[in-house]
Design a protein around this ligand. Structure first.
Ligand code: MLT
Length: 411
């Protein structure tokens, strides 16, 4: 008899964004004439930068020639990309990394979901609430969650509320935790953390031999000073933090797939008997066993992000989406709705009006003005009463959505 991993049975029926897609499809089938504007999932809409496209084409040609053809590459990524990552993303911020501390991969969704595999099941997991659901679901699948309570919380996880009341700043928990997921700029709230606040987490992790899993997929959207782009800007973080980065949001790779994980050799996990073990070695072992590397063609595309033209082009993409963010923020606020985020991030987090629950707001927005967003409660119990809009739509669609929202939507 083939026994299943029963942890999967604990999970809600479908993944948040699949559920939204299902509801939108059902609405579209019933209302085929509806002109739906999707500001739900954080998927980009502008094409890949020209420099990336050129490099992809060249790499395709290389694959057509026996002299330059590539088969299996290094699982961790080609040196040409690893070197550029260190030189452009870290050295200018005063962070030194070795090439074998970077692992190129196919996306931060899979990286953040997979990383928990190398840790024991008895670790206490801390998540901010609301949170990107992948961190939670992957730990439920592994068996670290306990059961789902009526309050929407997993009994064995520690929830760190991030709400308007505390300025979306996660506070150090009173109970001891071992693995801490942080995401800044934050998905879903679009808010950020100061270096001073982040330092408190690094210090906590050092004292408690904990590890911070830091998702920095949206760092390119930071506009203000004193907002760390990398956790390694904080003294001591290289001893306790893993960082996840992506080419999805800065360079439009959501469909092309390329990301990387930084695993400094100083970061230690422990055996039951207290023996320190390099997390880098474990991740390398796991990565080489389960992954054969991002395709050469895609890595060449990612390398082009670091050319002068590539850097200018990704800056223009970020500016384009941030202009949408401003438009959304201002449009929503003009209706007297409280709005957060959208300053250093492509997400706008709004308080649903008149105390409406977030799925009711989702339905109302979809049916009255044909706009799709993401209900806050889908990101955790403390997301209830909030709603997320993304700035990743086209300028034209965002303008039209805000026109409908401000002139036709009744609250
Ligand atoms: C989101 O909408 O939260 C993102 O698209 C998630 C992701 O990048 O997987």
């Amino acid at each position: 008899m083939a026994l299943i991993n029963e942890n999967y049975l604990k999970l809600p029926g479908s993944y948040l964004f699949s559920e939204i897609a299902r509801r939108v499809e059902a609405y579209k089938t019933a209302n085929p004439e509806a002109n739906i504007i999707r500001l739900g999932i954080g998927d980009v809409t502008k094409p890949l930068p020209e420099a990336v496209i050129k490099s992809l084409h060249n790499a395709v040609d290389e694959m057509a020639d026996e002299k330059t053809f590539k088969g299996y590459g290094p699982e961790q990524g080609y040196d040409f990309l690893l070197k550029k990552i260190i030189e452009f993303d870290f050295n200018p911020r005063g962070v030194e990394l070795a090439i074998d501390e970077i692992f190129v991969s196919d996306g931060s969704k899979s990286d953040t979901a997979n990383f928990q595999e190398i840790f024991g099941l008895n670790n206490k997991i801390a998540i901010t609430d609301p949170v990107y659901p992948v961190y939670v679901d992957s730990n439920v699948m592994a068996g670290r969650s306990g059961t789902l309570g009526a309050d929407g919380k997993w009994t064995d996880m520690v929830y760190i509320p991030c709400t308007a009341e505390n300025g979306f700043v996660p506070q150090i928990p009173t109970e001891k935790v071992d693995l801490i997921y942080l995401c800044f700029p934050n998905n879903p709230t679009g808010t950020t953390i100061s270096k001073t606040e982040l330092k408190k987490w690094v210090d906590y992790a050092k004292v408690n031999q904990a590890i911070i899993l830091y998702d920095a997929a949206y760092e390119a959207y930071i506009q203000e000073d004193d907002v760390p782009h990398s956790i390694y800007e904080i003294a001591g973080a290289k001893e306790v933090a893993i960082e996840f980065r992506s080419f999805s949001k800065n360079a439009g790779f959501t469909g092309t797939r390329c990301s990387y994980v930084v695993v400094p050799k100083e970061v230690m996990g422990y055996t039951e008997s207290g023996e320190p073990i390099e997390i880098n070695k474990l991740w390398n072992r796991r990565h080489c066993t389960k992954f054969n590397g991002v395709p050469y063609i895609i890595q060449k595309g990612a390398e082009a992000v670091y050319t002068t033209a590539g850097q200018q082009q990704i800056k223009a993409l970020v500016e384009y989406y941030m202009a949408n963010a401003k438009m959304i923020r201002e449009g929503v606020a003009s209706k007297g709705i409280e709005v957060f985020g959208g300053i250093n991030a492509p997400y706008i987090w709004l308080k649903t009006p008149t105390g409406m629950d977030s799925w009711t707001f989702f339905d109302k927005l979809l049916t009255e003005v044909n706009i799709v967003g993401t209900p806050g409660v889908g990101f955790g119990p403390n997301g209830e009463g909030y709603f997320r809009l993304t700035a990743f739509g086209s300028k034209e669609n965002t303008e039209e959505a805000i026109r409908r929202f401000t002139t036709e939507f009744k609250i």
